[in-house]
Design a protein around this ligand. Structure first.
Ligand SMILES: NC(=O)c1ccc[n+]([C@@H]2O[C@H](COP(=O)([O-])OP(=O)(O)OC[C@H]3O[C@@H](n4cnc5c(N)ncnc54)[C@H](OP(=O)(O)O)[C@@H]3O)[C@@H](O)[C@H]2O)c1
Length: 322
């Protein structure tokens, strides 16, 4: 089968579109024909050597996708051949086929299109974690969302709005404003220099926001602290774009709460993975949540998808078609 592998860690030149041996479903696994694979910032982090360093190169990139089950290994229950399934964390997803633990799969309802299911898993479950679990947004809360026109930012904004919150969103360019507005951002700030705090404090009459969601790297960290109100919550989540470095806990202002939110803590068991994915699919089927596909690329063009994401040109979710 064809797959995108990384031959070592580093830039996009490390990626190669090659022939790989056919995967076989072992015990408790299913063999899946992949229809769409999701592109995540995490894949760029893996390519740069920030994760999975224990798996030797060349290795197949990608963790997310949707497809149809071809066959299952011994011991698999509840997943059957020809069933449509999706997954959020299975290394080896930039490929035509994957052998994957059956416990990592969720059924995809008929009402949900393949590309939408692939696009919704990682960013949708992450957004759901941030707005319902890490900081359960309450009606009337004001939230600040960074990269509000990205795949994660658009879904996070919509879930905050579903819960009755208001959203101030930051994007890096004027071209992204319309997508952010369409998702429901109440006030969009265009900024790349970390100067968004002043405008946010003006908008909130000096009080600041209840919660800030920041995965945008060191440039935004101080501003994100500054926009919080007393006892506000800082949801930090972006390992790939870099962290603030060591923090002196006594330097943190206004009794704020701060933490590193990780999507996996939202779906630690197969039962929770299924329940929370089902909730996402329900919201999508009921048109409460809209998934914006920002780009579709052939599997062999994964390099271009990475380039578009890294250059901050993309809005919404990027997917690969094997
Ligand atoms: N903790 C978790 O569980 C978890 C889960 C999923 C993702 N993440 C993290 O969330 C972030 C977004 O990942 P994603 O896969 O969901 O993609 P995404 O939301 O589609 O992110 C793309 C956005 O990132 C911003 N961006 C791109 N390059 C940047 C740069 N060099 N500096 C600052 N901002 C940049 C861009 O927004 P602007 O140009 O508008 O700023 C772009 O819209 C990543 O840091 C990823 O590691 C964390």
């Amino acid at each position: 089968m064809r797959a995108v592998v990384m031959n070592g860690t580093g830039g996009r030149a490390m990626l190669d579109y090659v022939e790989r041996p056919e995967p076989v479903a072992g015990p408790d696994e299913a063999l899946v024909e992949i229809a769409f694979a999701g592109v995540n910032f995490m894949d760029i982090g893996v390519r740069q050597g920030m994760a999975w360093t224990d798996i030797p190169s060349p290795k197949i990139l990608g963790v997310e996708g949707v497809g149809r089950v071809l066959n299952v290994g011994a011991g698999v229950e509840g997943i059957e051949p020809s069933q449509r399934v999706a997954w959020v964390y299975a290394p080896g997803s930039y490929a035509e086929r994957i052998a994957i633990p059956a416990a990592s799969l969720v059924p995809v309802p008929d009402a949900i299109d393949d590309r939408v299911a692939a696009a919704a898993m990682m960013q949708g479950l992450t957004a759901s974690h941030f707005a319902t679990d890490f900081y359960p947004v309450q009606p009337g809360d004001v939230a600040f969302v960074h990269a509000a026109a990205g795949g994660l930012g658009l879904l996070l904004t919509q879930i905050i709005k579903l819960r009755g919150g208001h959203v101030i969103g930051r994007v890096s360019s004027q071209e992204k404003v319309a997508a952010a507005r369409e998702a429901g951002v109440d006030h969009v700030i265009v900024d790349t220099e970390g100067r968004f705090a002043e405008e946010t404090l003006r908008l909130t009459k000096g009080e600041g926001v209840h919660v800030v969601y920041d995965g945008s790297g060191p440039t935004t960290f101080q501003g994100s602290l500054d926009v919080l109100r007393r006892s506000g919550t800082f949801c930090w989540y972006g390992p790939v774009l870099g962290g603030p470095g060591p923090l002196d806990i006594m330097s943190l202002p206004k009794s704020i709460k701060i933490g590193y939110a990780v999507f996996f803590d939202h779906i630690p068991t197969p039962g929770l993975l299924r329940a929370r994915s089902a909730q996402l699919f329900d919201w999508i089927a009921e048109r409460k949540l809209k998934v914006l596909i920002g780009g579709e690329y052939r599997l062999g063009d994964a390099v271009t998808a990475h380039a578009d994401m890294e250059s901050r040109k993309s809005t919404g979710k990027l997917v690969l078609i094997p």
